[in-house]
Design a protein around this ligand. Structure first.
Ligand code: C2E
Ligand code: MG
Ligand code: MG
Ligand code: MG
Length: 290
């Protein structure tokens, strides 16, 4: 009977593997038309200057409004876009969206405003030959390179060292800035901070979310901020959900923050609305007994 169970398990396993493969194949096919059909959306999550409470930057986060399946998050389809090579077209499209939005916000609300875009390791190689066209596009719009920040994850640094070195050099030669995303979660090597010119580290939300309950995480965050500042880097904390987390990060002089406390990633028109209201996010004084 052990043999029979084993065989059933095997069948079950292959069936579900088959299903997963089918789903991926379907998504890969659908994704081919997604850009053309206008199904991709870029949402923007505001990044707040923690000392003033005002919006200084935003992170561009892509979503796919699938006609049948609803909203699909990037974790699900970016890997498929990479496998199929569609990431090149999608990456260019996201860049153009972000450039249009950053131009509008700089002209209308905040002349230092920046938008950051995420890049996966697969993109480093292709982008090296494409980023020239982005610089041209920025020039055409009258935007300086520094209006765009490129986010790369710490762990992706390890995967493509040669490509990434040239890539980052090109970006920085043209004034763009670079942020090290999900800092603290990869096989961190502090040597990367020395070897690559970087402008920001982004403290991963896993450190931020246990800040008030875990004093070790506060110590780690503080150490990251002190180290970054000594290296002349600025720090962005991600995943801020409570006023407590906000105040603790402010107290250790973390420069910037983003998270659901301030805003979820939102469509461009809602970001403009937030800007137009011009309200600062400032910790509210807690009333006695709260
Ligand atoms: P990431 O760059 O680390 O982005 C931060 C993620 O945290 C986003 O998830 C965001 O919605 C989420 N987040 C923000 N604030 C909070 C909060 O307060 N609490 C919690 N629990 N989550 C928060 P999202 O949009 O699903 O993106 C997931 C990942 O997909 C991103 O992680 C990034 O690595 C990748 N990604 C997103 N857009 C793109 C893109 O245009 N290109 C590439 N290559 N990757 C992208
Ligand atoms: Mg990011
Ligand atoms: Mg991150
Ligand atoms: Mg992430």
């Amino acid at each position: 009977t052990a043999k029979r169970e084993g065989r059933n398990c095997f069948h079950y396993f292959t069936n579900s593997m088959q299903e997963t493969a089918n789903t991926r194949m379907r998504l890969a096919n659908d994704l081919r038309h997604a850009v053309k059909n206008g199904e991709l959306l870029v949402h923007y999550q505001p990044i707040i200057d923690l000392s003033t409470g005002y919006i200084q930057k935003a992170e561009a986060l892509v979503r796919w409004q699938h006609p049948k399946s609803g909203i699909i998050n990037p974790d699900k389809f970016i890997p498929i876009a990479e496998e199929t090579g569609l990431i090149v077209e999608i990456g260019d499209w996201i860049f153009h969206q972000a450039a249009t939005q950053v131009k509008y916000c700089r002209a209308t609300y905040n002349s230092n405003f920046q938008i950051s875009i995420n890049k996966s390791p697969f993109q480093f190689k292709v982008d090296s030959s494409r980023c020239h066209s982005w610089f041209e596009h920025l020039k055409k719009l009258g935007l300086p390179g520094e209006s765009i920040v490129v986010e790369i994850t710490e762990s992706s640094m390890m995967e493509a060292t040669n490509n990434i070195y040239d890539y980052l050099l090109k970006l920085r030669d043209n004034g763009m800035q670079v942020a090290l995303d999900d800092f603290g979660t990869g096989y961190s090597s502090l040597a990367y901070l020395k070897k690559f010119d970087i402008d920001y580290i982004k403290i991963d939300k896993s450190f931020v979310q246990s800040l008030s309950s875990d004093s070790d995480d506060l110590t780690l965050c503080e150490a990251m901020v002190v180290m970054a500042h000594k290296l002349n880097l600025r720090v962005i904390a991600e995943g801020i959900e409570t006023w407590d987390q906000f105040e603790l990060l402010k107290s250790i002089e973390c420069d910037f923050g983003q998270g659901y406390l301030f805003s979820k990633p939102i469509p461009a028109n809602e970001l403009n609305q937030l800007f137009a209201e011009n309200t600062a996010f400032i910790p509210l004084k807690k009333s006695v007994g709260e």
